[in-house]
Design a protein around this ligand. Structure first.
Ligand SMILES: O=C(O)[C@H](O)CO
Length: 328
């Protein structure tokens, strides 16, 4: 006997570069009838009324008016990460469709990447690896030095759940912690003991040895770090971006790195992603670029899917969603 029909979940593809992970299929298939974009586009009349939810995995499928117009029973879109900047929230909610993100799943692994990148820059790990494997290396030089993180000052811009977890990790490395956030987080300060709030971003920029950007991309944070902000930083400081590329003015960053205004930069995010192969940032020796690794671990990927499923099921059952995101 056949059970009740499962709600249709639209996904970009299964496997492949831009598809949901095959390892997640058994879990997703328990709850949904999966429909890939290819299947949907090949037979819209067959699938359009079946799709109740979309799982946006790694920014795909692209949600535009054309897609929304062709899905009359769509109730909810779940995003596979915390940042919703690739979704037009007003447009989607105008169709009466609810939206959710996955903030809890991603925060620890993204904070780990922030800390890993900070340590990589401070201790010059990339250059170190190159020296270790280079056929030209005859001796390991004692003059080849990195910087200590112990006792150094970390300025965290954006004290959300990821920012907080970075501060926790940095504390374990005995760093001094400054943070800038729209609102002071007194409870976090108590839990972190010694973390100092900088109401003015300028103070944080002037005092930090490492500046880590962890804000979401919004109209308010677009180009938050530009020429003026870079010029306030110490010439010995390193800028680390694990938020979104457009939060930093990349042209100004290139200039600041070329002219020694700041010592270095580490970017897990850029615009566009990936950068064109001839982009000046790829040619600079004082830059480390990684391919948006923030939340990319096996466990986090599965937790993201669990969080998405919980949100979708809540929406389809008319219940409060654990991580609903409202427009504006
Ligand atoms: O937004 C996030 O959670 C990550 O950057 C993945 O896109």
């Amino acid at each position: 006997m056949e059970g009740p029909e499962l709600p249709g979940l639209l996904v970009n593809e299964v496997g492949g570069i831009l598809g949901i992970l095959e390892a997640h299929l058994p879990f997703l298939k328990k709850h949904f009838h999966l429909i890939t974009m290819k299947e949907f586009l090949e037979s819209k009349e067959r699938f359009s009324a079946k799709v109740k939810a979309i799982y946006v995995w790694w920014h795909k499928p692209v949600i535009d008016r054309e897609l929304l117009d062709s899905l009359p029973d769509l109730k909810v879109i779940a995003n596979s990460g915390v940042g919703m900047d690739h979704l037009d929230l007003k447009l989607i909610s105008g169709y009466g469709v609810r939206m959710a993100n996955a903030p809890h799943a991603v925060c620890s692994s993204t904070a780990d990447i922030g800390m890993a990148l900070l340590l990589t820059a401070a201790r010059r790990l990339i250059e170190g690896c190159q020296i270790a494997v280079s056929p030209d290396t005859k001796h390991f030089s004692s003059n080849w030095l990195g910087e200590d993180v112990t006792g150094a000052t970390l300025g965290i811009i954006g004290m959300g759940s990821i920012g907080y977890k970075i501060a926790q990790r940095a504390k374990a490395f005995e760093m001094k912690i400054l943070y800038h956030n729209r609102n002071r987080r007194k409870e976090d300060e108590e839990r972190l003991v010694g973390a100092c709030y900088c109401p003015k971003i300028e103070d944080l920029l002037q005092e930090s040895d490492f500046v880590m950007v962890v804000v979401s991309l919004t109209p308010q944070t677009y180009r938050l770090i530009g020429k003026k902000e870079l010029e306030l930083m110490k010439p010995t400081a390193t800028l680390i971006n694990i938020s979104r590329g457009p939060v930093i003015d990349q042209d100004m960053l290139v200039e600041a790195l070329q002219s020694g205004i700041i010592k270095g930069a580490v970017m897990d995010v850029t615009y566009p992603e990936p950068l064109p192969r001839d982009h000046p940032l790829l040619k600079l020796k004082n830059v480390i670029i990684t391919p948006h690794l923030g939340a990319r671990t096996t466990k986090t990927a599965f937790m993201i899917t669990e969080e998405a499923v919980a949100n979708i099921l809540a929406a389809l059952n008319g219940l409060p969603m654990p991580n609903e995101v409202l427009p504006g």
